[in-house]
Write a protein that binds this ligand. Sequence first.
Ligand SMILES: Cc1ncc(C[n+]2csc(CCOP(=O)(O)OP(=O)(O)O)c2C)c(N)n1
Ligand SMILES: [Mg+2]
Length: 889
Amino acid sequence: MTTDTMLNDKDPLETEEWVEAILSVMESEGVERAQYLLQRLSSKVTATGAQLPYAINTPYRNTIPVNKETRMPGDLFMERGIRSLIRWNAMAMVMRANLDDSSLGGHISSFQSSATLYDIGFNYFFRARNKDHKGDLLYIQGHSAPGIYARSFLEGRLSEDQLDKFRQEVDGDGLSSYPHPWLMPEYWQFPTVSMGLGPLQAIYQAHVMKYLDHRSLSDAGDRKVWCFVGDGEMDEPESQGAIALAGREHLDNLIFVINCNLQRLDGPVRGNGKIIQELEGVFRGAGWNVIKVIWGRMWDPLLEKDKLGLLQQRMDEAIDGEYQNYKSRSGAYTREHFFGKYPELLKLVEDMTDDDIYRLNRGGHDPYKVYAAYAAASKHKGQPTVILAKTVKGYGLGPAGEAQNISHSVKKLDIEALKSFRDRFDIPLPDSELEKIPYYRPAPDSPEMRYLRARREALGGPLPSRNPDFDALKVPDLGSLESVTRGTGEREISTTMAFVRILSSLIKDKQIGKRVVPIVPDEARTFGMEGMFRQLGIYSSVGQLYEPTDAGQVMYYREVTDGQVLEEGINEGGAFAAWLAAATSYTNNDCPLVPFYVFYSMFGFQRVGDLCWAAGDLQARGFLIGATSGRTTLNGEGLQHQDGHSHILAGTVPNCVTYDPTYAYELAVIVQQGLEEMYVKKLPKYYYITVMNENYVQPAMPKGCEEGIIKGLYRLQQNTTKTNKKAVQLLGSGTILREVIAAAEILKTEFGVDADVWSATSFNELRREGLSTARWNMLHPEEKPKLSYVEQCLGKTKGPVIAATDYVKSYADQIREFIPADYTVLGTDGFGRSDSRERLRHFFEVDRYFVTVAALSALVKDNVLPPGVVSEAIKKFNINPEKPDPAVS
Ligand SMILES: Cc1ncc(C[n+]2csc(CCOP(=O)(O)OP(=O)(O)O)c2C)c(N)n1
Ligand SMILES: [Mg+2]
């Protein structure tokens, strides 16, 4: 590393000559020639083994030089006035929400730091959806929601009453705390407040937008995805985890605006370093166009005078903890501690007052600088752009919260702080009114309000805005899946294979075939889906620039620009985000899609649960296929692969419908019904279905079972009679249903017990229906109680009920309260382990022998059989009664 610095240059003349030389090349022959020369230099120097200084960062200054800034065309003063009103109303709505009940919460400081960043976007860049344009998509920082509402209020879209219902949603007409489409489906486009999900979703949104364009399904045109992110939020692995995809795929329809206010919730983001520089390196390394907006125009004259580069050096040296102090303290402090380090810099500001120094603004608060950055980002081709905008957290709050470590949690200003906020932003409210913290909205025909509306009209209408409706699809009926529902005869296949057949059939469908989006995270071969590689092609924005090694084979790895398969690599979060974008394409692109995301069920809800939750909020419509599911069915893989609980996790998402089918025909019925529900009836729900890799004969569909399959339970075999008192009801799901069927046979032949067998396709759905019925009964005490579906099925049957699944016991246990008999549940609690299916099912006590023992034991409890029968069975089946409990071993 060089020991030279600006103040200690061993040979300034030589330095000057080098600099002059490269500048003159740039001037006479252009930037590209200069870049080439530097590359050659770098190549020569590194060939000697010498290291060049780490060069992914540029100095701590604006990327766009003053003379290259595109000038903001509008009325700066008018816009400042409007922005000030937005600031005031945003602050007022949070304070008013907390007047009577301070537990409601809300945030002031985040939006105050980003007000200009949003304003420039709303005034000049964000286009709304209308008949001429599909609109831009906005991912808004969750904690800035009050500022977005405040703008809508000025635009006349929200009333004072609505603002006063901030965070009071129980009656249904309040304003959500953060961007949540669930209760505000015509307003918010994307849930973002779980930090990291916004940036991840935005990247895949832009990716899927290009995919649709390449497949001629929806024109991307010049649409943009704008994603606003906090600098603290960039710590989330989800925020940074997919940026390389954006670079690789040249997503120039994507713009990140990172609000670098240098603070997060507890304190500085990088007190000992510089977050902007860190992020610059990370994004540039990932192939992004990086635009730093660090200094506001008040600094321009000083930088102009800084011929030696010493001011720049000081800016490079100071760290974020110090920059925070410059804004949390005063101009005098900044003079002493920032400029004071070098006498030359003190001289540079000798004519400035302390107030002038305090007013030296940051780029993210300067409309001109922000405009120039947005203009450059919007025009940039071939790369995504990230704008790193330096701001002040709690801007304008003064000692009450400006750049203080407590800024994030400020919810109230005292009267003195309110006065100075009002004065700083020239809000025309007298002292006497401040205590009530009134909203302020000029008359609709005032110049400000006309200006505001005109800006949005020029951009196509108001934002945020979301259209929850779409044109229903024509979906195929069950008859079209006859090849699946008629069974496989002698052939043994898995439900995964059956699923692939269903998918292939849907893809061939004239109406919806093109809209089907198969998504895999590098597991297509595991699931037997590799045939789709050639048949449908794997989407790549550049096609295939090489000859695949398997080119001569039938199922070769075919990448193509209009490929239908999204192969997202070993990246469940990303693949899920791609599914989310496809599953919400009905609203974001006016183009309903039918996405199927197929993954190892263990790496689904457990891995990306927060995104699954967001999918509910987003009213995503599509299918999640949890493959290789079941604790004992994926036998050889051990505890990190064998899933025995994803149904429990999936069941926590209110609008996620889940199924654990055993047979191909059940799967066909569920998928077809899902299409009807989501795309014809347009119900806001999505499907999670587990499929397995165990091969067995798939029987033909029995008559009349469709309704039961959908409701979650139907009788597969009726064996009980009026005469035999030794009777049980056996329930099973997934492949364990087959153990249950075998147990029924053993019970009959070896113990003289009759057993009805029920296929329980969804204990989650049974529970939901049961709870809903119980609730109705409780609230309608005088009316004839309704029977839950489980009671309707089992109420008139004989004997105790036994359920067995490949999932933890709590899965089947969920319906206990609706079962009008003794109920025993077998399940696979505990960590998985690798072994054969047979041995695992014995270990986890869900095989046919344990089902038999459980049934006999239940009959003992009912005094139908003596205990000795159970002992006899235990002995006969070689079960060690002292074997360790799998739940804890
Ligand atoms: C996943 C997740 N973890 C934690 C939080 C809680 N949280 C809300 S805001 C915040 C700090 C945000 O800081 P930053 O991203 O810098 O945004 P700023 O408000 O400074 O603009 C935290 C930790 C959250 N919302 N989501
Ligand atoms: Mg921050």
